[in-house]
Design a protein around this ligand. Structure first.
Ligand SMILES: N[C@@H](CCC[C@H](N)C(=O)O)C(=O)O
Length: 276
């Protein structure tokens, strides 16, 4: 069976997007891994499956899979690509879309300037909500990794993030230490590991070793989590320009229960068909 797909990217974080509205699609973890293989398949960091909404008042549901086949709760760059996809495929003519994810409803909006902004919902910090094994809630949690102690701020943006501050993202050991943090036993569902360099109170540089995908050129939820972590640590103001290796995002957060707002690009690269 052949299925049509769209290849998209948000700041170089790349996706295969499938239309599960016009046809019913069900993929095994093994099929996702095969499609995600950059030599034997199409290749992507995440696969996005767009489906009809389950509840009245919502426009769509979308499911997110890492290229290791695991299904995840949330994806920031994916949310922007999802919005561009349903619009370009004429699945909706709404500029503001209410979409169900595994962790609640998010609201992407196509802006007049071509960017997409997304209300990503409120961040969560309580250790069980991450999930993270810790005795109490704290802004900084020391974690033993490879014989040294790293100060982490843990944040859930629907999916789990552990953010550390580094002097220079270019020399930070993102791959080696990121993999150890991702698989650390204190994160029972694994975690996305963020490495944040503070440039000023309104600008950071960020690299993220993603759970289930390795280091990507950008991570939208990672950018939200890093800015929230920086604000909680008293290092950042409420509007921050995030420089990832694949490009820039603007993140806004007013604190407490207010939602995190993300604005950035979403680009279609090509369309094709592939045999499952
Ligand atoms: N690239 C994404 C995050 C994708 C999911 C993540 N790897 C996880 O396992 O939680 C983004 O842009 O947010």
């Amino acid at each position: 069976m052949k299925i049509p797909f769209t290849k998209m990217q948000g700041l170089g974080n790349d996706f295969v997007v499938l239309d599960g509205v016009r046809q019913s699609i069900s993929l095994s973890a093994e099929q996702i891994r095969r499609l995600g293989d950059r030599r034997f398949g199409i290749g992507f960091d995440q696969l996005l499956l767009v489906e009809p909404a389950r509840e009245a008042g919502h426009d769509f549901r979308y499911r997110i899979f890492n290229n290791d086949g695991s299904e995840v709760e949330q994806c920031g760059n994916g949310a922007r690509c999802f919005a561009r996809f349903v619009h370009d495929q004429h699945l909706t003519d709404k500029a503001e879309i209410r979409v169900e994810t595994a962790r609640g409803v998010i609201v992407p909006k196509l802006e007049a300037d071509g960017l997409v902004s997304v209300d990503m919902g409120s961040p969560r910090f309580i250790p069980e909500q991450i999930p993270f094994l810790a005795e109490a809630d704290a802004i900084i949690h020391p974690l033993e990794v490879a014989g040294r102690t790293i100060d982490l701020t843990v944040v859930s943006m629907g999916n789990p993030h552990a953010v550390q501050v580094v002097d220079d993202v270019d020399t930070a050991p993102v791959t080696a230490i990121g993999a150890l943090i991702e698989a650390h036993p204190r994160f029972p569902a694994r975690v996305n590991a963020g490495f944040m360099q503070i440039v000023s109170r309104s600008e950071i540089r960020l690299r993220v070793f993603e759970r289930g995908a390795g280091e990507t050129l950008a991570c939208g939820t990672g950018a939200c989590a890093a800015v929230v972590a920086g604000i909680r640590r008293g290092l950042l103001d409420d509007t921050v320009l995030v420089h990832a290796r694949g490009g820039d995002l603007t993140i806004r957060w007013q604190g407490d229960q207010s939602p995190v707002l993300m604005t950035g690009p979403a680009v279609t690269v090509y369309q094709g068909e592939i045999a499952l």
